[in-house]
Design a protein around this ligand. Structure first.
Ligand SMILES: Cc1cc2nc3c(=O)[nH]c(=O)nc-3n(C[C@H](O)[C@H](O)[C@H](O)COP(=O)(O)OP(=O)(O)OC[C@H]3O[C@@H](n4cnc5c(N)ncnc54)[C@H](O)[C@@H]3O)c2cc1C
Length: 400
């Protein structure tokens, strides 16, 4: 049997071209958009709609639900390209993909028909809320509780750091449907007794508090408080108490897309650094790019970038090919770990190349610092990525 080869198809290359076309179209407005995004923390609707039009938001969604169904590698390529071209949007697209994957893998036929076409077209935005003040890395400790009351669930509790809740139409809220104490009593695993609920962000009983955070371009983060929020049973995604199983489907795509964005960011920073290094003269007629002290850090970023890019594509390819989740998980955690380090390194070295101009916001580099740095901590911190590699790839014992 012929061995499958790792590589890009014509379809993948067309997706890259579509993303480049989108970036070119938006190019003349990017200064204005960047002002909105980075100075006013507002997200330009036009970018989101264009991502819908270019088929990027629907990449994971089959055609029968209004998507393009081109898959994760294609979506990763598109987000990498947008980041590389300096079009911000991508990080919120990763969060929306969490919703997409949950509905796609765990949702009922009605839910798929109701939500997926609108996500694909960019007509709606969906937030994803799992983190709580005392349950971030260890989400099993979450306390937000959804109590079944006939045809509805009543949601009570609190979330934190939830991105874009103010501009999202709906959000998937992850909640416990059984307490940890109850699970212990019944001898059930802590992954049981969880639920994913599609909630209207304007529903009665939800209070939002804006947080003073940075990191996701143009989107704010919120603390959320739920006071007896009524959620129809039909809005539960997946079987009763089985939300964690649905959630697991979204984790590898989340990590792979985050990695792809990092690779794109590294290229954006590198291009800026090289252009500046070729132009800036400090000691003689030779530009600073002639000094090895300036060249080598950039050359190192380029070499790392090539390696990380391949790993990221391989992780996405493994997902698209349906390799066992633990194997794909190995690649996706490795990619996310290295890609986030690459992005921070690339932005840091580009800032250094620019001297004082690295801190002038017009050069866009200092603005990239928070998004790049965020990706070492979220959506999963790099220590947990290494824990996954240690346990699932190397077979070492779990230590926590
Ligand atoms: C800008 C921004 C946007 C966000 N958007 C969203 C969103 O939209 N939706 C959402 O649900 N969440 C969101 N988050 C939350 C984010 O996913 C969490 O902050 C992240 O998962 C870490 O959780 P925590 O802050 O509770 O860290 P903690 O769990 O308190 O961990 C702190 C640190 O301890 C270390 N650590 C923890 N456990 C281990 C271990 N077992 N081994 C080794 N080291 C360990 C890690 O270094 C970790 O960074 C966002 C966060 C930020 C900053």
């Amino acid at each position: 049997m012929e061995q499958e080869q790792f590589g890009l198809t014509q379809e993948h290359l067309m997706v890259v071209e579509a993303a480049k076309g989108m970036a070119k179209k938006l190019g003349p407005k990017m200064d204005l958009f960047n002002k909105m995004i980075f100075e006013e923390q507002r997200f330009p609707e036009e970018i989101w709609k264009e991502m819908g039009n270019a088929g990027i938001l629907g990449a994971m969604i089959p055609e029968e639900y209004g998507g393009t169904g081109v898959g994760l590698l294609a979506m990763a390529l598109a987000l990498e390209t947008l980041s590389m071209e300096g079009v911000s949007a991508s990080l919120f697209a990763v969060l929306t993909t969490m919703d997409t994957m949950a509905i796609l893998k765990g949702g009922s036929e009605e839910q798929k028909q109701a939500w997926l076409p609108k996500i694909a077209s960019g007509d709606i935005k969906m937030a994803f809320a799992i983190t709580e003040p005392d349950a971030g890395t260890n989400s099993f400790r979450m306390k937000t509780f959804a109590k079944r009351d006939g045809d509805v669930y009543r949601l009570n509790g609190q979330k934190a750091w939830i991105t874009g809740f103010d501009v999202a139409d709906h959000a998937i809220i992850v909640a416990r449907t059984m307490t940890l104490e109850e699970l212990k009593r019944q001898g059930l695993p802590k992954s049981y007794g969880m639920g994913l609920f599609i909630v209207d962000t304007k529903a009665k009983g939800i209070t939002m508090n804006e947080m003073n955070t940075m990191g996701i371009e143009g989107f704010k983060q919120f603390q959320l408080y739920f006071d007896d929020v009524e959620v129809p049973v039909d809005n539960r995604v997946g079987e009763e108490h089985m939300g964690a199983m649905v959630l697991f489907h979204a984790l590898n795509p989340e990590r792979i897309l985050a990695a792809a964005i990092c690779v794109g960011m590294s290229e954006f920073a590198l291009r800026k650094a090289v252009a500046y290094a070729l132009e800036r003269k400090v000691w003689s007629d030779a530009p600073i790019g002639a000094y090895q002290g300036v060249q080598h850090p950039l050359a190192h970023v380029k070499a790392m970038q090539e390696a990380v890019r391949l790993l990221t594509y391989k992780a996405a390819w493994a997902f698209d090919k349906g390799l066992p989740p633990a194997e794909t998980g190995g690649y996706s955690n490795m990619a996310k770990l290295l890609a986030s380090e690459l992005a921070v390194d690339a932005v840091d070295r580009a800032i250094q190349t620019h001297g004082g101009n690295g801190f002038v916001t017009d050069y866009q580099l200092i603005r990239m610092w928070a998004p790049a740095r965020l990706l070492k901590t979220a959506p999963i911190n790099n220590e947990m990525a290494m824990n996954f590699i240690a346990e699932h790839v190397l077979g070492l014992p779990k230590s926590y």
